[in-house]
Write a protein that binds this ligand. Structure first.
Ligand SMILES: Nc1ncnc2c1ncn2[C@@H]1O[C@H](COP(=O)(O)OP(=O)(O)OP(=O)(O)O)[C@@H](O)[C@H]1O
Ligand SMILES: [Mg+2]
Length: 221
């Protein structure tokens, strides 16, 4: 395996954190790595420059320098669902464009970590979703489960969808996103017994964790 697609049980539950840490871990093993965020929505301004935080964080964890257009073929200003952002910008998100960019990255690196936007069925356009993007790339899927109340249902639903869509399910990461989560361990165990893929790591709630801290908690896969 030399690529994976990182999806999540929701938006804002640690996909970027995990994707960047995977890149960091692989880089420590001597691999040339690059992160890809095919579709980013929600720009922020830093010192007068527009920036997409996921794209920047993945770039910071990458060791191969590649054109932005390959790492991030689509980016939109508004922090809204990609299909609505694309509609507003009068852009059609094309899987063939994303696939071509991914192939350029593959040719330059040993490993490509691709981060989805939102969850598995977040729409890209009228007829396609993140699931179709993962299928177009045809790479194993890593699921980040945000551990908070309701996470068991979200994790099981997403895992079932990944498998039903015929994608290889490489593993999942339990990311504790609620600092007051009660019975986190028991919740993680409840997910573990219901998913067919291995648990690749448990990340405690830690707003200060750096790439190295997170990477150290992830298993090789
Ligand atoms: N275990 C954790 N403990 C504390 N804060 C966390 C943890 N995991 C993620 N966060 C924080 O939560 C926020 C969302 O995380 P992240 O950006 O990785 O989510 P995401 O799933 O990639 O979101 P998006 O859907 O916007 O791409 C970030 O500010 C991140 O630092
Ligand atoms: Mg992200």
């Amino acid at each position: 395996m030399n690529a994976c697609f990182v999806t999540g049980t929701d938006t804002g539950i640690g996909k970027t954190r995990v994707a960047a840490a995977l890149l960091h871990k692989l880089a420590l093993q001597g691999k040339r790595v690059v992160g890809m965020k095919p579709v980013a929505s929600g720009a922020v301004w830093h010192a007068g420059v527009q920036e997409w935080e996921d794209v920047s964080q993945l770039a910071a964890a990458s060791t191969v320098s590649t054109p932005l257009e390959w790492r991030n073929p689509y980016r939109f200003d508004a922090p809204i669902s990609p299909h609505l952002a694309a509609q507003q910008a009068d852009v059609q998100i094309e899987l063939s464009t994303i696939r071509a960019a991914y192939e350029q990255l593959q040719a330059m690196a040993d490993w490509v970590v691709v981060e989805g936007a939102g969850g598995w069925y977040a729409p890209l356009n009228e007829g396609q979703s993140m699931a179709d993007l993962a299928r177009a790339l045809n790479i194993p899927v890593v699921l980040v489960a945000g551990i908070r109340l309701g996470c068991i249902n979200h994790a099981v639903l997403t895992a079932q969808a990944i498998i039903r869509d015929g994608m290889p399910f490489a593993g999942w990461v339990a990311n504790i996103v609620d600092k007051d989560m009660l019975l986190a361990e028991e919740n993680i165990d409840s997910i573990r017994t219901r998913l067919s893929a291995p648990l690749l790591g448990v990340l405690p709630w830690d707003p200060q964790a750096d790439l190295g801290d997170v990477a150290a908690r992830l298993r090789n896969f």
